[in-house]
Design a protein. Structure first.
Length: 197
């Protein structure tokens, strides 16, 4: 089994590329989706987060905006949150691997792969990238996003150029979707994984 990590900075098109791999028959583990599930009402981390961040959980529901404001302004608080979230995500990832033990390859979409030192857990790293102006346009189109918030997020992420330099494969999403799909197909072919459509 080949374990492929898919990463890239905010707004680079990771989710779109991940779906392309999934359509080609590669099981997908989406770390962000797991975090959202764990933080949703009734999720396994809501209580722990509420204990560490008073006021961010009301009636069993996590106020994500409240939590974001706290951790984005304070690196120590961000580390506290990561200490709660990362072990739970690792546990979910181990369960995913066990469930798909017979698959020839697995894809793991992990936005902060390099930032958390997790690349050592994977056989290949694919970085999704796009020109800066494309990235900025995509991110600022999101509801509630501001230039200041984008700057804050990017300041905590490894620069795109460094991610590209450390990747086994780079997918450029600055062009049309068919070009991106061709790049995904080329990577699968390079790894000897036949697409199962």
């Amino acid at each position: 089994m080949i374990r492929i990590a898919l990463t890239g900075s905010i707004g680079m098109g990771k989710s779109t590329v991940a779906k392309m791999f999934e359509r080609a028959g590669i099981p997908l583990f989406d770390a962000d989706a797991v975090v959202h599930q764990l933080q949703a009402p009734g999720g396994g981390l809501v209580g722990k987060i509420g204990e560490q961040f008073p006021g961010c959980v009301r009636c069993g529901t996590l106020d994500r905006e409240c939590l974001a404001q706290i951790v984005l302004a304070n690196p120590e608080k961000l580390s506290m949150l990561e200490a709660i979230v990362h072990p739970a995500v690792r546990e979910a990832r181990d369960e995913f691997i066990a469930t798909h033990a017979e698959a020839p390859a697995l894809l793991f979409e992990i936005p902060l792969l390099f930032e958390t030192g997790a690349e050592k857990d994977f056989d290949k790293v694919v970085v999704v990238s796009a020109p800066v102006e494309v990235q900025r346009r995509r991110v600022l189109a999101r509801t509630g996003m501001t230039a200041a918030r984008l700057y804050s997020i990017l300041s905590r992420q490894m620069p795109d150029s460094e991610k590209r330099a450390r990747a086994d494969f780079v997918i450029d999403t600055g062009a049309d979707l068919s070009t991106t799909e061709s790049q995904v197909a080329d990577i699968l072919a390079c790894l000897g994984i036949p697409p199962s459509r």
